[in-house]
Design a protein around this ligand. Structure first.
Ligand code: EPS
Length: 385
């Protein structure tokens, strides 16, 4: 099992990540395997000015020697360059009270008010610093390592934006053109829809508003049999939904046909089973999104996530000041107009962490070699079933 933990505030000195349970012998280099994903998460049309300050890189601090994992917990940090501008506000040492730049006007849709009441803070910065989506850089660093492990086992992952601000930019999945996603400012395949989406983002910006969207993450060549039907908390669809729903601003998760399946008859929802040489058990459709009974079927895993618009509005909604109790405009932290392209990377990361963990649970092994041998034996068993 893989355990992932992170710590660190948006404007603190850094984000810290621990990833425990990686087998030994995985080839891993931050510049090659992690940093490109961090760069992808930072990009996308509609990001705010913070990304001009940051230049995210993973600094490996433990668990890796000479480009290979040792089996010890992996530790890494990502520097917050903006910390230099916030030292006085974010200083962990006492002596600076009252803190500068206190936030007392909670944003509807953010953790500000509920978190402030829960933890007894009147300066809501003590909530928003950790609730900030800056934290997703940690997820992407850990997820990139999980993805490296999956790739070493022959599993491939991909992620993209399929709609933004209510405009469809799906264009269909194409495993042969993944580099086109890096060239698209929206991380989508439908270049024809890009102008309309960009205009929509520009309009939101002018109006002081924000936009959400839908992203899709897929994995192919997963072994059959990850997850289990036997207990609620071992069902892989449930575990994926939890991992993806935990990403800030994600309000819906669907597997395969998801919501659409609810309005169709069963004959148009389930995937008929055939036995064909040399492939064995096959399906001609994949409406289930690669999961049946909480278990991987060997078909492509398809997870979609709905992201709500970011809660920080430059044209703010009404709120109440938690100190004066007067009516106020919600606080206006500098923010993004949309972060849907970035969210596509974060969904891939969380799904990769969940799948890598499920792989380790099923096949175990302390080394990548052991894991690979067990996976190969399993593939042979499946072929003879
Ligand atoms: C965020 C507000 C903005 C975003 C931030 C999430 O940060 P700032 O207040 O520094 O302008 O840029 O996201 C990131 C820093 C990031 O790296 O994704 C928020 O309030 O959630």
């Amino acid at each position: 099992m893989l355990r992932y933990l992170s710590a660190g505030e948006s404007h603190g000195p850094n984000l810290s990540v621990i990833l425990e349970g990686l087998p030994a012998g995985l080839a891993l280099q931050a510049e090659r395997d992690i940093d490109p994903w961090l760069r992808r998460r930072q990009g996308g049309y509609g990001r705010g000015r913070r990304q001009l300050i940051e230049s995210d890189r993973a600094e490996l601090l433990g668990g890796v020697r000479a480009g290979r994992t040792t089996g010890a917990p992996l530790a890494l940090r990502i520097e917050n360059r903006d910390w230099q501008n916030w030292r006085e506000v974010m200083d962990p040492a006492p002596g600076n009270e009252p803190r500068k730049r206190a936030v007392t006007q909670p944003r509807p849709g953010h953790a500000d008010l509920a978190g402030g009441i829960k933890y007894g803070h009147k300066d809501l910065r003590d909530v928003l610093e950790r609730a900030s989506a800056r934290e997703t850089a940690s997820r992407v660093a850990a997820g990139a390592v999980a993805l490296r492990l999956l790739e070493a086992l022959g599993v491939q992952g991909a992620t993209r934006v399929v709609s933004l601000g209510g405009i469809d930019c799906d264009g269909g999945m194409d495993w042969e053109r993944l580099e086109a996603l890096d060239e698209s400012p929206l991380r989508c395949f439908d270049r024809g829809a890009e102008d309309a989406v960009i205009d929509r983002i520009d309009r939101a910006k002018t109006e002081g508003d924000t936009l959400g969207g839908v992203v899709e993450t897929r994995f192919r060549n997963l072994p059959i049999g990850l997850g289990s039907h036997v207990q609620w908390d071992r069902k892989l669809d449930g575990r994926l939904a939890q991992a993806v729903m935990s990403i800030p601003a994600i309000k819906g998760v669907e597997i395969g046909d998801g919501w659409r399946a609810a309005s169709l008859p069963g004959s148009q929802v389930h995937d008929a089973i055939f036995l064909r040489d040399p492939d064995g058990y096959v399906r001609d459709s994949n409406r289930s999104g690669g999961l049946e009974g909480g278990i991987t079927t060997g078909s492509e895993l398809v997870v979609r996530a709905a992201m709500k618009p970011i809660a920080t509005l430059m044209q703010p909604l009404p709120t109440v000041d938690v100190v004066t109790h007067e009516v106020a405009d919600a606080s206006r932290e500098r923010s993004d107009h949309t972060a849907v392209p970035a969210a596509s990377i974060v969904v891939l990361a969380m799904a990769a962490l969940t799948l890598a963990s499920a792989v380790l649970e099923k096949f175990g092994g302390d080394t990548v070699r052991e894991l690979t041998e067990r996976l190969e034996a399993h593939r042979q068993y499946v072929a003879s079933y």
